[in-house]
Write a protein that binds this ligand. Sequence first.
Ligand code: TYD
Ligand code: MG
Length: 445
Amino acid sequence: MKSMYVCQECGYKTTKWLGKCPECGKWNSLIEEVIEKNNKQRLNSFDKLDVYKIDNITVDIQEDRFSSGFLELDRVLGGGFVKGSLVLIGGEPGIGKSTLLLQVASILANNKDVLYISGEEGINQLRLRAKRLNASEKINVLTETNFDIIEQYLEAKKPEFIIIDSIQTMFSSDFSSAPGSVSQVREITLRLMRIAKKYNITTVIVGHVTKDGLIAGPRVLEHMVDCVLYFEGERFNTFRIIRAYKNRFGPTNELGIFEMSDNGLLEIDDASRLFLDDNINSEGRAIFVGIEGTRPLVLEIQALTSTTQFGTPRRTVTGVDYNRCMMLCAVLEKKIGIPLGLQDIYINVIGGFKISETAADLAIISSIASSYKNIPIGNIVLIGEVGLGGEIRGVSNVQRRINEAKKLGFETVIIPKKNIDSIKDTYNIQIIGMNYVSEVLNYIF
Ligand code: TYD
Ligand code: MG
C-alpha cells in the first residue's frame, strides 16, 4: 500500500509532506492518504470501443430537461435539470441547501421516483423538516453514509432523481481515509457520475464549503460535475441567492432569489421587490454594487446624521472603513458645503456585510448627504471612488456591476465618467457618467 500527501483544497498529490501546496498556495492543507492501486483494464480488441462520428450522435438537450418546480432554480440551471446530469450545490452550513432540495424532491416526487439520501440527519429530524415544509409523502428517504451500500441500492432500484446530502458525510470502505477527505469525495463523485450517466439518473450532490477548508471543499468536485451552483445569503438575512459557477448546459451568469420563511424557501420572481419596498424612498439609503472575489453583490449602505446632543459628535461606522468615511465627511464639508461638525454620524451596511472597496465611496457619501438633507436617493445605483477634491475616479469591473444592478431590477446607475467608454452592453438600463460628487448630489436632490 502506497501513501501520498493530498491537498485537501485542490487535490494536488505529492510523495513528501509540504507545508504549503504548490498548486493552490494553501498552507497546512496536505494530509496523508492511502492511495489504492487499481488493476488497469486491458482491451483485447479496440472493436469493443464505441467510437462515434460526431454527426451520428443525436442528442437534444432541450428535450431532456425537466423543471425543478422552482422557476428561480430552473433559470440558474439553464432551463431546468438535464436528465442524467450531475449537479453540485455548495454553500455554508445552515444556508438552506437541505431545505431547498427537500422542497425540490417533494415537487418532483409527484411524477418521478425520487430518492433523498441523507448522511447528515436522522430519519426523525428529516420527518420534522418534511412536516414543516409540508413535503410530499412520496419521497423515498435513505439515511446511509456507506456509499458501497448506496451504490448497490442505486444499481438495483435505478431511481430517476437522487439527492446526496452531503458528499462530505459519504465514505467508501475501499479507502481508509476519513469521510470528507479528497480521496473519498473524489472517488464517490466519480462513482456517482458513472451511475448517473449509465442509468440516466439526475443526481444532485450537496457540498459544504467550510471557511478553514480542512474538509475537502467542493472545489475538487467542480471539475467533475456538469453543473456547480452556489447557495449564499449573508447579505439579505432571510434572502438567499443561488448562482451557477459552472454549467455545461447553460449560462453561468444567472441568479435565482429565494426567501427563507417558516415554511421553507419561497421564490422571489420579481427581484426588484427586494429593494423597491417602501423604505427605499426613505433618506440615508444608497445602493452600491460591490465585487466580492469574483462575485458581484448588490449592497445597501445606510447613513444617519443627527444633531449632536452632548459635546463631541459621535461617529459610528460598521461594514466600511472608518477612516475612509471620515475622509468622505471632510469632502462633504469642504467641497459640498454640508456642515457635519455638529452632527452625529452613523454608517452601516445592511445584512452585516463588509465592504473594502473604494468603489463604494460615492454611495457612502451620497447616503450621508441624503440623510443630512432628509431627501431620499431613490432607485439609483451609485458606483465610484471619491478623491479628496470631490472628484469621481474610475473603478474596475463596471460592466459587471451594471449587469448585476440590471439583473436586480434597477433602472438607473451613476458611474464615473471615465468608465463610460468601457460600457458595451447597456441592457436598457440608464447609465449616467459623472465627474464630481457635486454633480451627483445635484442630480439626486
Ligand atoms: P438547512 O436546509 O438545514 O441548511 P443546510 O442544509 O444548508 O445546512 O437550513 C437550516 C436553516 O434554515 C435553519 O437555520 C432553520 C432554517 N429554516 C427555516 O427558517 N425555515 C424552514 O422551513 C426550514 C426547514 C429551515
Ligand atoms: Mg443540510
